[in-house]
Design a protein around this ligand. Structure first.
Ligand code: F3S
Ligand code: F3S
Length: 105
């Protein structure tokens, strides 16, 4: 799967959402999250993020390793909704993201 990392927090450019053919990039309050089972690894989202927040799971920088769990666990209580558009903004974030101080651009 692909993973969204720290640079997305408080930025939420959303260019990635337009590119995803399976609509598996879900919006939380402070960042977006890729559904690990719905993502088909097409990679279309990765180059369009202006802050380079998107990584293939094996390419996550070490200092952002926890964002693998951040993306996966975001869906623990959501299951597999099968499309982000119909959900809109989901009123939560992963606890790790909730605990972050405001991120400067
Ligand atoms: Fe975030 Fe980049 Fe998408 S800032 S919303 S991962 S385009
Ligand atoms: Fe979508 Fe990016 Fe996966 S475009 S299918 S989230 S690699």
């Amino acid at each position: 799967t692909y993973i969204i990392g720290l640079p997305c927090v408080d930025v939420k450019d959303r260019a990635c959402v337009e590119e995803c053919p399976v609509d598996c990039i879900y919006e939380g309050n402070r960042m977006l999250y890729i559904h690990p089972e719905e993502c088909v690894d097409c990679g279309a989202c990765e180059p369009v993020c202006p802050v380079e927040a998107i990584y293939y799971e094996d390419d996550l920088p070490e200092d952002q390793a926890q964002f693998y769990d951040v993306n996966v666990q975001f869906f623990d209580d959501l299951g597999s909704p099968g499309g982000a558009a119909k959900l809109g903004v989901i009123d939560k974030d992963h606890p790790v993201v909730e605990a972050l101080p405001p991120q400067a651009e």
